[in-house]
Every structure is written in structure tokens, then in C-alpha cells.
Write a protein that binds this ligand. Structure first.
Ligand code: FPP
Ligand code: MG
Length: 347
């Protein structure tokens, strides 16, 4: 259960994250913790306490736009096996979701992204300095909430996750626009930017619910592997999907000079001329729409997406195996279904 285990690539018949099997909706999957999920929506709505209408309105909008609420749901589901005390769990889940939102506010400012979740980003409405301050405000609120679970260990997991996320973002800043990164560095990067917060959510849920230590470790590992799979799928959708479906422009990683798993796999069998074209995009020599679209088309015509989907599948299989021996409560079924959702999702 190491922090950065690389999955063994398993052959299977999966050709994309979207497979034919009909998947459950998130609402169905989250049913055992529906009370927790609706409570965090309420807790988050109370966050936009700023007096300035334009700032308050924007903050309310990004909170209301929500996302899939995967991290809070994982926190609640991991707690559901043991002492499911919403008074302690709701602030912790809100803290995790708010930290995630704050990091996206900062990330969109750094990336100059104009659209997220189908809505204009804060940095497209406010000036850069104000946007950073709003991100800081959301982060500060999340830090206060993180102390309310009644467990110092839970607050420490929250703080340590933030350290890892920030380190990862700094590292990504220094490694983008270069073709020198390796696949192992890619796994380390997606752990830092995504999986660590999923892992933290699962662990915090289990810790606050007084789970036995072995179960805490299993639930953390499950959550981490789900986070890894989630990010691999995100990176597949970035090369494969449509902007309307994922709520942000596609090809964003290439345009930002970030090399993701499908691109690594594509490169392995690309001709020298194809590699040169890709390097010109990554290094920013030619980042025209035509150049980006040509590389995207080539990646999609190769086996890179299938191979990346296999990797996502293997992370999910490891996640499921980790919770196989936990008590057979409805939350365990939900975690197994959530694992399937993560690799079948199209948005
Ligand atoms: C998205 O990456 C980025 C993150 C999930 C993490 C960003 C973290 C920070 C900016 C540090 C946060 C610090 C504080 C204090 C809150 P991406 O750009 O690859 O994904 P995207 O396509 O969704 O934008
Ligand atoms: Mg970004």
C-alpha cells in the first residue's frame, strides 16, 4: 500500500473510460450518505459571508456550481462503516470541498483558465490580485472547518494534504513546457494534485468515525487509488472529450505544456516527425489550434487512450481489492460502485 505504487498494466477489453455497462448515477451511489451530502451544501452556502456583492456573488456561484462532490462523499462513505457522527463529519467534508475549490480558484488564476464547470472562472471576472485573495479567503475558511472534527489527527491530515498539493503545483510549474518528465514523475504529480486529497478525505472520514487502524489504512488506500484513476480519466477526457461535456476547453494540458499519460503512451510509438510536432506544442514553439488539434487527432488515432484507460482500470481494481474484507454494509457497495463510476464517467 505504498504512496506511489505504479499499477501493473492489465490487458482487458476496455477501449475508453466510457464502457457499455450502464452505470449508476452519483445520487444513487451516494444514497447511504445523502444526509451528509445535503448538509455540506448548506454548510458551504454559509461560507460566502463577504460584504462586497461582486465577490460574494461570485463565491456563491462557484460554490453553487458545485462539482461532483466526490471528495465529501468519499469522506462520508468511509465514515459510514463506523461511528457516523454528522456533527463532526460535515465540517470536515465541507473543509475538504472548500480546500478543493480554493485550489481551483488559484489554479485557474495561474493557468489563465476562463471557464470551469461550464461557468466563467473568478479570474475572468475579477482582477488577478482580488482572485488570489478570494482563494485565500476560501482556504482560510476551510482551515477553520478542518479543526471541527474533534480529532487533531484529522486536522493534521488536512494540513499535510495541502502541503503536498502546493508542492505538487510548484513542481508542475517547473516541469511544464519540457519533454523531460517520466511516467513515474507523472504518477507522482497526479498523486500530489489529485489523489492526496481523495486519500485525505477517506482517511479523515475513517479517523473521525473511530475506525480501527487497519480499516483506516485500507480506506485511505482505496481513496488514493480512486483519486489516481480519477485523474488519469480526467487526462483522457482532456484529449478525447468535448468542451461542452467536461465544462472546460479540451486539449488544455497540451496547450499548457503538460505531458499526461495518453501523451506518454502516444510518444512511445510515434515517428520522429510526430514526436517533433508534439514537442513543438509542449515547448510552446507552435501552440496554434491547428497544431494542437493535429496532435490531439494523432493521440486519439493511436492506442494511447486504450492503454491509459487500462491503467485507470488497474487503479480501480486495486482500490476495490483493498476494501473487499471490510464489513459488508451498504457504504461498501457504494464505494465499489463509485470505483466503477470513476472509470465510466464522461464528464
Ligand atoms: C488542477 O490542475 C490543480 C489542482 C487540483 C491543484 C492546484 C493547487 C494549487 C494552486 C495550490 C493550492 C493552494 C491553496 C492555498 C489553496 P490542472 O490545471 O491540471 O487541472 P484543470 O484542467 O482542472 O485546471
Ligand atoms: Mg488548471
Amino acid at each position: 500500500m505504498g504512496a506511489l505504487q505504479r499499477p501493473c498494466l492489465t490487458a482487458n477489453n476496455m477501449t475508453s473510460p466510457s464502457v457499455s455497462q450502464k452505470s449508476l448515477t452519483l445520487k444513487q451511489i451516494f444514497a447511504p450518505v445523502a444526509d451528509g451530502i445535503s448538509s455540506i451544501d448548506e454548510a458551504l452556502r454559509g461560507i460566502a459571508t463577504l460584504d462586497y456583492p461582486i465577490v460574494r456573488g461570485s463565491v456563491e456561484a462557484i460554490i453553487a456550481a458545485g462539482g461532483k462532490r466526490l471528495r465529501p462523499a468519499i469522506l462520508f462513505l468511509c465514515a459510514r462503516f463506523y461511528n457516523y457522527d454528522l456533527e463532526k463529519l460535515v465540517p470536515m467534508a465541507a473543509a475538504i470541498e472548500l480546500l478543493h475549490t480554493a485550489s481551483l480558484v488559484h489554479d485557474d488564476t495561474i493557468d489563465n483558465a476562463l471557464v470551469r464547470r461550464g461557468l466563467p472562472t473568478l479570474n475572468s471576472i475579477l482582477d488577478e490580485g482580488t482572485t488570489v485573495l478570494v482563494g485565500d479567503f476560501l482556504f482560510a475558511k476551510s482551515a477553520v472547518l478542518s479543526t471541527m472534527g474533534g480529532k487533531m489527527r484529522a486536522t493534521r491530515i488536512f494540513a499535510e494534504s495541502l502541503v503536498t498539493i502546493s508542492e505538487g503545483e510548484i513542481e508542475q510549474k517547473f516541469s511544464s513546457h519540457h519533454m523531460t518528465a517520466t511516467v513515474d514523475q507523472y504518477y507522482k504529480r497526479i498523486y500530489s494534485k489529485t489523489a492526496v486529497l481523495f486519500a485525505g478525505a477517506g482517511e479523515i472520514g475513517a479517523v473521525v468515525a473511530d475506525a480501527p487502524e487497519d480499516a483506516i489504512q485500507r480506506l485511505r488506500f482505496y481513496s488514493k487509488q480512486i483519486g489516481m484513476a480519477f485523474q488519469v480519466v480526467d487526462d483522457i477526457l482532456d484529449v478525447q472529450s468535448t468542451a461542452e461535456r467536461i465544462g472546460k476547453p479540451t486539449g488544455g494540458d497540451l496547450r499548457q505544456g503538460t505531458v499526461t499519460l495518453p501523451t506518454f503512451f502516444y510518444l512511445e510509438n510515434a515517428t520522429q516527425a510526430e514526436q517533433d510536432d508534439l514537442i513543438r506544442v509542449i515547448e510552446g514553439v507552435d501552440r496554434s489550434d491547428a497544431a494542437v488539434n493535429q496532435v490531439l487527432a494523432r493521440i486519439n488515432a493511436s492506442d494511447a487512450v486504450t492503454r491509459a484507460a487500462d491503467v485507470a482500470r488497474s487503479f480501480v481494481e486495486e482500490a476495490k481489492a483493498a476494501i473487499a474484507d471490510l464489513p459488508d454494509v451498504p457504504a461498501r457497495r457504494s464505494l465499489l460502485d463509485l470505483a466503477d463510476f470513476v472509470i465510466q464517467r464522461e464528464y
